[in-house]
Design a protein around this ligand. Structure first.
Ligand code: ATP
Ligand code: MG
Length: 688
């Protein structure tokens, strides 16, 4: 193998290398804007990481690189990949500390940090709190109630729908009536009331110093229209690099444009065939129009070789995307030959589907493929329920991405609310939640307390002098002491432990499974050790909640082998040796929640493409002939006879090996060594 400074980049193909070396080989040409647009698994992310390593090798300062990815996990992965390549390039030993990239993260987390820094200059309170999705919904719900909208019209959109409409309007920089007409036609009658509601929502946020996710982009974009700030930030970041550019929205494009107006030293990579976030107002036009946005236009590099999947998997994926009405001028090829076609597996119902998948997973594990190298994907988080039961029954450990997050469970929210409230005493939702934990402290007392705090110049005095209802006196004294301690102290993460200690007796009173929940909280304390301050911890966790995963951000199942369950959306950018895709039937994929508009159907098709292209060696696409759909409560559960997804017509399906109930392999169930021992251990415990 080649050695020397180039060894780290030796395996790049010529197009990848061109992207990595852009502006470095002939510096007189400068680092004009660069777009890498290419299909799944063609090495876009790898190329971006290599470019980062190459820039550092040629003297760039890691502190001055802005690296935008779509999740914290992806940012961490990029950091690791780039670090490894840099080490090789510089001939360093692996024991030497890898470079840190303080500015690697999502648009939202970077935005949050910059806003804190610039808050005073743009008239923003420095101590703002970031609302997570659930809190934003609740705040919307409160305004909806306060305005009497929930009562007057029984068909007024739900608080979650209201927030979706609001968010879409903000992110697309469009007019409300337009957004309603295009995406929420059934809510059009509520136009005027919605306007009023959004006004109240915005006002409540301002009063309480709250920013929702959208505000982070909105304020950031707004801040960038200040020439001086835009210039300062443009100079602070020598290079700006963005992965998954196809899923950015207009605000994000605006931010980048103001950061690097000429596109100089701006690199973006993405794949228009994988645009799957239009429901969050992502604009695939961003990537298609990127080259022409600059003068002279951006350099465009395409990659055609796929390094991830076998040729048969790739052919099937290509066939899916070829059916698209839109043009995706990419035909990927791979030299990973295999005589194993992807499988199209028909099973009777979801229970059989779960059994089939679990059987196959165990079989592969017996053959040496660890669970972590296999993944089960699905369109909607709820689709995995029957499989989760089956996995639990068989003691197969798993971790789920994209479902209910760790932070959404009530006990974790309680503890986080204490921190948020101490951080920003005007945060009424947090204050309300915390005070309601005290027995005898009713909603009326909470409102009285929060009103006093809202107006007081010094909240500590209110905390000390507030007269709670008699029954809550002792508990209140403890809580107010804790709050004052938190407001004064900055001993992180010891202060979090103090919160958990304060909370434990309440937990025991409120929940039967307090012990399990307490273990979760210990988990949180462990995670907290990875963050230098309360503020950083709150920001990062609110923006990108940890899934119960096994990366070093702190986590259950540390050394264990476990299976990944994930929504397709959360699987973006990742890969596994074996992928099982559940419920590939009409109504699930495409989802029957999509309005049926052509654009939405096309997006669902791209979702299938994203799912299939996650697989390296083995792919099974599952088609249960019967499945339950849990519609909104008033319809009750429905039992449907399903037909195979419309995205798999004959000419696509011929790329698959058909596996039906008749010719199903009846493999004997392999014995599970480890969980069986767990059972034995448990039994022993119950004897002794
Ligand atoms: P996606 O569109 O799914 O995000 P991608 O284009 O970002 O995919 P990567 O994840 O960067 O693709 O790469 C896919 C796989 O191919 C990875 O395992 C990567 O290590 C491998 N790979 C990419 N380029 C090369 C190369 N030149 N030589 C060997 N392996 C490569
Ligand atoms: Mg990628």
């Amino acid at each position: 193998p080649p050695t020397g400074p180039d060894a780290a980049f030796a395996d790049l193909n010529p197009q990848q290398r061109a992207a990595v070396e852009h502006g470095l080989v002939a510096p007189e040409d400068g680092h004009g804007p660069l777009l890498v647009i290419a299909g799944a698994g063609s090495g876009k992310t790898k190329t971006l990481a290599a470019r980062v390593a190459r820039l550092l090798q040629s003297g760039a300062d890691p502190q001055r690189l802005l690296l935008l990815t779509f999740s914290r996990r992806a940012a961490g992965e990029m950091e690791r990949r780039a670090g490894r390549m840099l080490h090789r390039a510089l001939g360093l030993r692996s024991t030497q500390a890898p470079p840190r990239f303080p500015w690697a993260g999502t648009f939202h987390s970077v935005g949050a940090r910059l806003l804190r820094e610039y808050a005073p200059r743009i008239g923003l309170e420095t101590q703002f709190t970031i609302l997570d999705r659930a809190d934003a919904e609740d705040l919307m719900g409160l305004q909806r109630q306060a305005l009497g909208l929930a009562e007057t019209t029984d068909r007024f959109p739900l608080k979650s729908t209201c927030l979706n409409i609001y968010s879409r309007t903000v992110n697309s920089e469009a007019r409300l009536d337009q957004v309603l007409q295009d995406h929420f036609p059934w809510c059009f009658a509520a136009h005027d009331a919605l306007k009023q509601l959004f006004g109240a929502y915005v006002e409540a946020k301002q009063q309480q110093h709250l920013l929702d996710y959208d505000d982070l982009l909105l304020y950031w974009a707004e801040m960038m229209s200040d020439e001086e700030i835009a210039q300062a930030l443009g100079e602070r970041f020598d290079h700006v690099l963005v992965d998954e550019y196809q899923d950015t929205n207009r605000l994000q494009a605006t931010i980048l444009h103001r950061l690097k107006p000429t596109g100089d030293r701006l690199t973006v990579v993405g794949d228009d065939a994988q645009a799957i976030y239009s429901f969050r107002a992502a604009e695939v036009r961003n990537i298609l129009d990127f080259p022409q946005r600059f003068q002279p236009p951006a350099r465009v590099i395409t990659l055609a070789r796929n390094y991830r999947s076998t040729q048969p998997i790739l052919e099937a994926s290509n066939a899916v995307i070829a059916q698209s009405r839109e043009r995706h001028d990419k035909q990927l090829w791979s030299d990973k030959v295999s005589n194993e076609q992807p499988q199209l597996v028909t099973v009777e119902d979801e229970a059989r589907q779960a059994q089939w998948v679990a059987d196959r997973i165990l079989q592969r594990r017996e053959e040496g493929l660890k669970l972590t190298r296999q993944a089960v994907l699905f369109r909607t988080a709820s689709h995995s329920a029957p499989l989760e039961l089956e996995l639990t029954r068989r003691n197969i450990p798993f971790v789920k991405f994209g479902g209910l997050k760790f932070l959404e469970s009530s006990h974790v929210k309680d503890v986080m609310s204490v921190l948020r409230w101490a951080d920003n005493p005007r945060h009424r939702l947090a204050g309300f939640r915390v005070s309601q934990l005290l027995p005898g402290f009713g909603p009326a007392s909470a409102r009285r307390l929060l009103d006093e705090m809202q107006d007081a110049p010094e909240v500590r005095t209110v905390l000390q002098s507030f007269q709670p209802p008699g029954a809550a006196k002792a508990d209140w004294t403890r809580l107010s002491a804790l709050m004052i301690q938190l407001m004064d102290g900055s001993d992180w993460p010891a202060e979090l432990e103090a919160v958990v200690q304060w909370y434990a007796p309440h937990l025991e009173r409120l929940q039967e499974d307090a012990a399990i929940r307490l273990a979760d909280l210990e988990q949180i304390v462990r995670i907290a050790q990875g963050y230098g301050s309360r503020e950083r911890f709150l920001t990062e966790l609110t923006l990108d909640p940890p899934e119960a995963s096994s990366d070093e951000s702190g986590v259950p199942l540390k050394d264990e082998d476990y299976l990944i369950l994930s929504t397709i959306h959360s699987a973006k950018g990742q890969e596994w040796e074996a992928v099982y895709l559940l419920n590939c039937v009409d109504g699930c994929l495409p989802s029957d929640l999509s309005t049926g508009a052509q654009a939405q159907i096309e997006e669902e098709r791209r979702l299938l493409y994203v799912a299939m292209t996650r697989a390296k060696q083995h792919l099974a696409v599952m088609v249960p002939q019967r499945f339950y759909v849990t519609q909104q409560a008033r319809h009750g559960d429905r039992h449907l006879y399903a037909s195979v997804s419309r995205f798999l017509p004959g000419k696509v399906a011929r790329h698959f090996e058909k596996v039906g109930p008749a010719n199903e392999v009846q493999a004997p169930l392999p014995a599970l060594v480890k969980p069986a021992m767990d059972v034995a251990a448990k039994l022993r415990k119950s004897w002794s």
